[in-house]
Ligand binder design. Structure first.
Ligand code: BGC
Length: 498
């Protein structure tokens, strides 16, 4: 063959491959697609059969005015009683996996390991067995914001002893339920939990200067790593599961051309504060954040940084305590650097201001802007920061006011999944699974029942809490069945008669 034809053929071949890769909307073999919930948001039965009160029970009962519609999770979607129906719905949609969380006070009503509530263990056993029977892989979060109130009386996440309390709780879960679980997430969204020590938006609703949230973060890092090592040393050989933590990482875009560097600082402050100690090569908090909080603390007259130093022993212990990166991603920010003048504080401890582009469409939640390209940005940031760890997307979803014909949710999910596939095929991000938040409309924390994330509608005015599939559930069912992003369908929602 003439040389020029040979080269022409190679170029043609490469272009075909490029086009295929570019337009590949197919999920790779073994990729998990599923949906999720968390205990306090769906279970209800807040004081049934031996369960102790959690900080969210206490927060919503003692301070109902902190929740916009003064509601609570006392009954929620009543999944404690209706879990079989939920499993049937998951089966109907055809999910590969279901992410759920365990309620710590349902298992240990007084927080400590001396009293195990058998009803709690049995309840979760029934769910895990029910999922397995339908071939649905359980992904289990040990802690999704609802620790026992009694532990909060002793300082909760600001008391370092909680590292041991969480270790004891984790060991009990691994011992009692671990043989049924292959994917474990220790803690959901540390940064959001610690907001509970910086204001009244989240339980326990304590504003402890500008220090509480950093002490909380550090104890969470230690608790996570301890649970990871317990699994590694005592259970992994027999149970063979994967353990990670779940971190919320939004996309970051420069507000002006001068703000490119600021996007990294913004990322490090929100995502890196937890991710860097665990996933980076050197461990410890991101340098830029350590420096800035340290400088602010000094200017404020503190003897040491408000971000407490991690000892070398803890840095080494926390570093590498993962089998995967659990990512929650919903939205993005515009980032702008706020220069520091001599003698003045770094703005917001990090020196960057976050805002939204007014052009970005908004969901029912004011913080949720639709920016699909931010998903690929975030996945690539994780790839480059931490040497391409395996990522499981643990939450991605859209809020509205509960419509059954939820076209906007479908558009959102479709565009975000596309962005994720682009990051995988074009950029080589190692994404192994994707989870839609949420299976059911549920108690949306301080927003009560005013914002709905479910692909299944729940009627909260009916004591039976009936469920109805939304159009997005049908759409997801088709995606999972085809194992690729299908063109958007337009059909009436089907009502399940179970
Ligand atoms: C939390 C969920 C919550 C969702 C939507 C995530 O931060 O993990 O519990 O419902 O965001 O606000």
């Amino acid at each position: 063959m003439e040389l020029r034809y040979f080269f022409a053929l190679i170029i043609l071949n490469l272009s075909i491959e490029w086009v295929i890769a570019r337009n590949n909307h197919t999920f790779p073999d073994g990729f998990l697609i599923g949906t999720a919930s968390s205990a306090y948001q769906v279970e209800g039965a807040w004081n049934t059969n031996g369960k102790g009160p959690s900080i969210w029970d206490n927060f919503t009962h003692e301070h109902p005015y902190f929740v916009v519609d003064r509601s609570n999770g006392d009954v929620a979607a009543d999944s404690y009683h209706k879990y079989n129906e939920d499993i049937d719905l998951l089966n109907e949609i055809g999910v590969d996996h279901y992410r759920l969380s365990l309620s710590w006070p349902r298992i240990l009503p007084n927080g400590f390991s001396n009293r195990i509530n058998r009803d709690g263990i049995d309840y979760y056993k029934r769910i895990l067995n029910g999922l397995r029977e339908k071939n649905i892989e359980p992904v289990v979060t040990l802690y999704h914001w609802d620790h026992p109130q009694i532990l909060e009386e002793m300082g909760g996440w600001t008391n370092e002893l909680i590292v041991e309390w969480f270790a004891d709780y984790s060991r009990i879960v691994f011992r009692e339920l671990g043989d049924k679980i292959k994917y474990i997430a220790t803690i959901n969204e540390p940064i959001m939990i610690c907001e509970g020590y910086a204001g009244t938006e989240k339980a326990p609703g304590k504003k402890i200067l500008d220090i509480g949230k950093y002490i909380c973060l550090q104890n969470i890092l230690k608790a996570h790593a301890t649970a990871y090592h317990i699994y590694d040393e005592e259970f992994r050989a027999k149970q063979g599961g994967k353990v990670g933590i779940v971190i919320p990482c939004p996309g970051m875009f420069p507000k002006t051309e001068q703000d490119t560097e600021a996007t990294d600082t913004g990322y490090q402050y929100i995502c890196g504060l937890v991710a860097h100690p665990i996933y980076s090569k050197n461990g410890d908090y991101p340098e830029v954040i350590k420096t800035r909080i340290g400088e602010n603390s000094k200017l404020q007259g503190y003897a040491a940084s408000r971000l407490p130093e991690l000892s070398q022993r803890w840095i080494q212990y926390i570093k590498g305590s993962y089998d995967y990166f659990g990512l929650n991603h919903y939205s993005s920010f515009l980032v702008e650097a706020v220069p520091k003048k001599n003698g003045s504080l770094w703005y917001n401890d990090c020196g960057v201001k976050l805002s939204f582009d007014p052009k970005w469409p908004t969901a029912a939640s004011s913080w949720l802007k639709v920016v699909p390209e931010g998903f690929a940005w975030t996945l690539n940031k994780i790839r480059t920061e931490y040497e391409n760890p395996p990522v499981y997307v643990m939450e991605n979803g859209y809020s509205d006011t509960g419509e059954l014909q939820d076209h906007k949710r479908i558009d959102y999910l479709q565009s975000y999944m596309k962005s994720m596939l682009k990051a995988m095929y074009q950029d080589g991000c190692d994404v192994r699974g994707y989870t839609v938040w949420s299976i059911l409309d549920n108690f949306e924390w301080e927003r009560g029942y005013t914002e709905k994330f479910g692909i299944v509608n729940v009627d909260f005015n009916d004591t039976n809490r009936p469920r109805k599939l939304k159009l997005s559930a049908l759409w997801l069912k088709n995606v999972i069945r085809a194992r690729r992003l299908e063109p958007i369908i337009d059909a009436a929602p089907i009502v399940l008669s179970l």
